[in-house]
Every structure is written in structure tokens, then in C-alpha cells.
Design a protein around this ligand. Sequence first.
Ligand SMILES: *[C@@H]1O[C@H](CO)[C@@H](O)[C@H](O)[C@H]1NC(C)=O
Ligand SMILES: *[C@@H]1O[C@H](CO)[C@@H](O)[C@H](O)[C@H]1NC(C)=O
Length: 287
Amino acid sequence: MASIITLLYMGVCVYAWRITTADDNPIPKAENVHWTSLDFTTILTWTGKPFDHTYTVLYAMDDGNWIESPDCSQISESVCDLTDHLKPLDRIYQADIKTEPVVVASDYDMEEFPHTYSLEFNPYRESNISAVLFTLEDVDENTVIVNITDPVTSIHEHGKQLSIRDILKNDLKYKISYYKSGSTGKRDIVSDSSRAKIVGLDAGQSYCIMVAAFIPSRPKATQQGAWSTQLCTKGHWNILQDLSLGAWIGAVFILLIVLIILITVTVICCRCQRNKRLQKSQSSAPV
Ligand SMILES: *[C@@H]1O[C@H](CO)[C@@H](O)[C@H](O)[C@H]1NC(C)=O
Ligand SMILES: *[C@@H]1O[C@H](CO)[C@@H](O)[C@H](O)[C@H]1NC(C)=O
């Protein structure tokens, strides 16, 4: 009898424990779901590090069927690279992140696991574009050519790594911003191609130039890529005009030091010579 009571008592305890733990540890949902996309490499991130749970990422195109991402099935990380699955690029995608226990009890209903939807994302219109590299070629004293290298993406097609030009084609323009060295007035031009000519520059002047990808067909917020670092043309070497006050002071200072060293060396040498002559005349003198 006593053992039956004990057993009942234990049963109640275990039941109570299950209820309290279930309440304390609800299956954690993925939170702060966020798309990050640079040069068409698109990654989904979220927060939450559930102990003994995994995540599975599903995605859908244009409100179509949910497809499970093969690379992000029952993962414990909270990041999923969907670049290879979001094709074609110019479509609206949504992701859904499911949380599942590592060990699935047979009486669990899979539909009951919590899940979190992402916002909708269109890689073609919303992927950020990185800063570009470019070179300058002087044509004549009024003209310079800006030669821009289109950033490459991580997308491959027929064994070829695509550049952003391969993807955006004629939608890709470049914004070129330039100003005369030492002045504040900036001028912008937009170029359709990756090689642009800047004309009408003042002869002999140095100009500084920056470039950014520009996609006018996109919504305002995502039209412009990151600005490049700036490059400057040399202009003509005009010492009087181009040297700053600091450079002048520096030059005078260096000249002064050289002069002081010269004088010191000359003085020391003369003394040496005189001493030697003195010693010679003393030693040759009759005792
Ligand atoms: C694009 O860059 C901006 C500014 O750095 C950032 O706020 C935004 O989240 C980025 N968008 C994507 C899709 O990566
Ligand atoms: C433009 O620059 C790229 C390297 O960035 C170079 O391969 C290409 O030859 C240049 N184009 C011309 C016409 O010089």
C-alpha cells in the first residue's frame, strides 16, 4: 500500500515537473530575422541560441510553395546563406525559420513548432553594392578617362563568375563625383558604361575623383552603392602655386639644417688643419 502511494506521489511529482519545465522553457522562436545582402550574396541572420533545439529555414518565391533549404536544415547556427537559392534574382522572396527539438518525441505534432517569418526581400532591387575600384587615364590636359572595374559576385553561371554588370546589365550606371583640388565645389556625372570620360577640366589643375555604382531603376533607398576611395590626377607641377605654407616652412627648415651642418663641418676641418700645422711647426722648431 505504502509503495503504491509512493508511486502515485512520484507520478504527481514528475507530472508537475513536466508542466513547470514546459512553462519555463517554451520552444524558443528565432528573433530579429534580418536579410543582409552585398553584391548579390544574400544571407539570412537571426538571434536566439536554443539549447537542444535546431533551426530549419524554408523559403518561398512570389508567395509560392515553401521549399526547405538543403544547406540550412536542422542547423544550430543562426545564419543561412540563401544566395544559390534566390534565383531568379528579380523576384520577391520570403523566408520562414522553424525551431525544432533535437530529439523529436513521437507524439509531437510538427506543425506546432514555433516559426518566424522574415520580411520580403528582392535581391535584384535591394542587394547593396560594394565600393568599386577604378583607374584614371590622362587623355589630354582637359580630359581624363575613368576606368571602373565592375565588382564580382559569388554567383556563377556556366562556370563563369558573374560581375554586377552581368546581372544588372543596362540598369547599372556609375555616379562619378569630382572636384578641383583645394576647392569645395563638387560636380557629379552619371555614366552608362564602366569607362567614362570627364571633359572640360582646367588645364594644369589636379582633380580628385570618386565613383559609386548607381541603379536609377531601383527604389531611392537602394539606388546607390558605397563610394570608392578617391583618386587624384597629378595636374602640372607648379611649385609656387601648389606648395602649401607647411611645405614651404619644411623646405626652409631642411635648407637651414643642411647649411648648419656644412658650416660646422667646415669649422671643424679648419681647426684640425690649423692644429696639425701648429704641431708640425712646433716639432720642427730647434730645441
Ligand atoms: C545595406 O546597407 C545599409 C547601410 O549599411 C544597411 O542598413 C542595410 O541593412 C543593407 N541592406 C542589406 C540588404 O544588406
Ligand atoms: C581598365 O582597367 C582594367 C583593370 O582594372 C584593365 O584590365 C583594363 O585593361 C583597363 N582598360 C583599359 C582600356 O585600359
